[in-house]
Design a binder for this molecule. Structure first.
Ligand code: ATP
Ligand code: MG
Length: 416
């Protein structure tokens, strides 16, 4: 380590105010999860590398460039989780839960990707997410999206977000579409970015997800999935759309949403915003019927999503997240008063009211600190008050000051 001690690039320190917004987002999500019957699951932060490498696809951005892989002291190849779904599917298999389907899981926690850090894009970031396993009906997709929408509403950001939907169809439709894409992109091969040349051979669909400007231009004129969907895939998507409309959730169909990971089929969706600059996707997900089987488990359909908490918290109106609650400062005017002030603060807290002592500096400094901290009241105790069993109560909001009997503080109505 050289010189100054610093944070690792792409990580963040969440200071108390930011943490409160994070917590608000997580608590709102947890509450909605509970309403929808999603039970919380906490999987390990690292897994055997195969859990991610095999399932997300070696050509996905995440696996090809972004994972934190390491060998532990026992020689095992491990990976810090870059996302939540593969870990949940691994737990589903290794805990033998397939007899209990359907199952719905909710999770929240840190994820790790070696990316180019910028606002809204970190190397350790936080996601919360939902996975619904065991339903192959499109109604499950609708319910899953409704859960996401309710969450965005409850944290006051649904007005800033647009639901964008697409379908990747079933395997047969994807094979037909893949062929059409290979044909199209092969004729424009020289114009493709280096990454997309590799994608063309391994997973041409992913070219549509490229962030390269040249690739994007080519993609605009590429054949559209719609023409290659077989009848049952069309029907599946139509049912999802009808369900979303029935619930009154605004949406638009965006044929360029293909999602970055290998395991998706049928419904894919993103909630995007134009309020966060380049990092506009706040929540993304889709159906992944083949995932559990790819990992060696029984064929199990699934649908789910993950949201970036860093991005959700950025959008959340602070006045909604930072709950208003009364704060009482308890201040000693001299040694005797200070002694008593600790006890008085303790009593106030036992009523479930926030109380803080301000213990250093002159009286004026203590009052100033209390005011800066946002205290609504100051209770002042000096030797005189201790002897006469009274407390001086100053209301910071109105500026009024009065003498109150010590015994009355126990029932004093502290108001904001
Ligand atoms: P992007 O296109 O922004 O790279 P992604 O497709 O890689 O996103 P997902 O794997 O679908 O993202 O993750 C779901 C959500 O997690 C994203 O929509 C975003 O809100 C959040 N997210 C993903 N990567 C990061 C990151 N590096 N930093 C902060 N949030 C992230
Ligand atoms: Mg990414």
């Amino acid at each position: 380590m050289s010189g100054k001690i610093q944070r690792v690039r792409g990580t963040r320190d969440l200071l108390p105010e930011e943490s409160r917004v994070f917590r608000f987002v997580e608590e709102s999500a947890y509450e909605k999860a509970n309403l929808y019957g999603y039970g919380e699951i906490e999987t390990p932060i690292f897994e055997f590398s195969d859990v991610f490498h095999r399932t997300l696809g070696e050509t996905s951005d995440v696996v090809s460039k972004e994972t934190y892989d390491f060998t532990d002291r026992g020689g095992e190849s491990l990976t810090l989780r870059p996302e939540g779904t593969a870990g949940v599917a691994r737990a589903f298999i290794s805990e033998g839960m397939s007899q209990n389907l359907p199952l719905k899981f909710y999770y929240s926690g840190p994820m790790f990707r070696y990316e180019r850090p910028q606002k809204g894009r970190y190397r350790q970031f936080f996601q919360l997410g939902a996975e619904c396993l065991g339903y192959d009906t499109p109604h499950a997709d609708v319910e899953c999206i409704a859960f996401a929408w309710d969450l965005l509403k409850s944290i006051g950001i649904s007005g800033e977000c647009t639901l964008e939907l697409n379908t990747l169809g079933d395997a047969e439709s994807r094979a037909a579409y893949r062929e059409a894409l290979v044909q199209y992109f092969t004729t424009h091969q020289e114009q493709l970015s280096a990454d997309s040349k590799t994608r063309l051979a391994k997973n041409p669909l992913r070219i549509l997800d490229s962030k390269d400007e040249g690739d994007k231009k080519l993609s605009e004129n590429a054949p559209k999935f719609q023409q290659y969907l077989n009848e049952s895939s069309q029907k599946f998507f139509a049912t999802v759309i009808a369900g979303i409309e029935k619930l009154g959730i605004p949406y638009k169909v965006n044929p360029f949403i293909v999602r970055g990971l290998d395991y998706y089929c049928h419904t894919v969706f993103e909630f995007t915003t134009d309020k966060l600059g380049a990092q506009g996707t706040v929540l993304a997900g889709g159906r992944y019927d083949g995932l559990v089987e790819t990992m060696g488990g029984p064929r199990t359909p699934g649908v789910g999503w993950a949201a970036g908490i860093d991005r959700l918290a950025d959008l959340t109106p602070k006045e909604l997240a930072l709950k208003k609650e009364v704060l009482v400062a308890v201040i000693g005017a001299d040694d005797q008063g200070e002694d008593e002030s600790v006890k008085l603060a303790h009593e106030i807290r036992s009523r479930g009211i926030k109380a803080e002592n301000f213990l250093s500096g002159k009286m004026s400094k203590k009052m100033q600190k209390a005011n800066n901290k946002g205290a609504h009241y100051a209770l002042i105790l000096g030797g005189n008050e201790v002897t006469s069993k009274t407390v001086t109560v100053k209301n910071f909001v109105t500026g009024e000051q009065s003498i109150v009997q010590r015994s009355e503080i126990a029932t004093f109505d502290f108001k904001i």
